[in-house]
Design a protein around this ligand. Structure first.
Ligand code: ZN
Length: 340
């Protein structure tokens, strides 16, 4: 089959032929139809320090996808041939402390498709049946193929109390843009979104932000919307040091800051003045709550109140991998998907 493979330690990802995956008795084989390209894939493509420390080539890249089930293992009872599905890409031991206490999203032993084992930038992928998530008939493969990053946004937004809240979202890449739409659908009173990129601010407006402004204008917008108190909820989606400080500064006393953006280096935080004396609650977002986030996502999509489709800006074939990586790095793209 055709697949995008990280062949060796070093820069690049190569389109090549590899054997079709073999499934275990508790797995299913899925014909991939649509696959989302992610910042994680850029790290693997560039082979930065994180990728070099984590990944062991050769492996098939990609962790966001949707497709059709074509084969099921002998022990599988919940998934049938022909089912339209996506999947949770974090594979966990169901008997670990974390799984058994509803926290499998933070299990350190998690194995991620396209990072720790073969991924989805390929014609076929093998997945444990327990990780498979069925798609409603009304949900396209393209929307199915972005459930993973959309789930990150649902996790970030819905672990805060959004109804009636003044929400500040710092960073409007694809996940920040999804979060804008989710907060709108969840009844936020006012959504203020920030980014340094005008194209991303435009996308935030399309997704329902009341104010989409440069970071230097965020304070005025937040104060105006909150009688001067500050944002009830801040969703930090950028990982940029100045945005992290701004997130703490513009959260109101007693507010909540949910952090998804991953800083590339250490940030100096004055815990006393930035967090402790303000009584902030700070929550780190990893992956998706399994499977609470998935149920929330499906029900929001069914309701029609949340439409993620404007975030998808490019549809490319697998052999356009270099172009896809370039587009993501340029900041000119929303969500890019490979169609197979
Ligand atoms: Zn991703």
């Amino acid at each position: 089959m055709k697949a995008l493979v990280k062949q060796s330690a070093g820069r690049g990802i190569t389109l090549t032929e590899v054997p079709e995956p073999r499934i275990r008795d508790d797995e299913v084989l899925i014909r991939v139809r649509s696959a989302g390209v992610c910042g994680t894939d850029v790290h693997i493509y560039e082979w930065d320090a994180w990728a070099a420390g984590r990944c062991k080539p050769p492996f098939v890249v990609g962790h966001e996808f949707a497709g059709d089930v074509v084969t099921v293992g002998s022990l599988v009872e919940t998934v049938k041939v022909g089912d339209r599905v996506t999947a949770e890409g974090h594979i966990v031991d169901e008997r670990s402390l974390f799984s058994r206490t509803g926290q499998s999203h933070v299990d350190p032993a998690t194995r991620i498709i396209g990072v720790d084992r073969d991924g989805c930038f390929a014609e076929f992928i093998a997945m444990p049946a327990t990780n498979v998530w069925h798609l409603d008939d009304a949900i396209s493969y393209d929307i199915g193929g972005i459930h993973d990053p959309m789930g990150n946004a649902f996790h970030t937004a819905l672990t805060a109390e959004i109804p009636g809240a003044v929400v500040l979202i710092t960073g409007c890449g694809p996940i920040g843009a999804f979060a804008v739409g989710i907060c709108k659908a969840a009844g936020a009173a006012r959504i203020i979104a920030t980014d340094v990129n005008p194209r991303r601010l435009e996308l935030a407006r399309t997704m329902g932000a009341h104010d989409a402004v440069l970071p230097e204008h965020a304070e005025a917008a937040v104060r105006a919307a909150s009688d001067g108190y500050g944002a009830d909820v801040v969703l930090e989606m950028s990982g940029v040091a100045s945005a992290v400080h701004q997130a703490f500064a513009l959260a109101r006393p007693g507010g909540r800051v949910n952090m998804l953006g991953i800083p590339s280096r250490t940030i100096d935080v004055d815990f006393a003045s930035e967090i402790i004396f303000k009584g902030l609650t700070v929550y780190g977002v990893v992956g998706r709550r399994m499977y609470e986030t998935w149920h929330q996502m499906t029900r929001f999509l069914r309701s029609g109140a949340f439409d993620p489709s404007p975030v998808i800006t490019h549809r490319l074939p697998l052999d356009a991998v270099d172009e896809a990586m370039h587009l993501i790095k340029s900041g000119e793209a929303g969500k890019i998907i490979f169609q197979l």
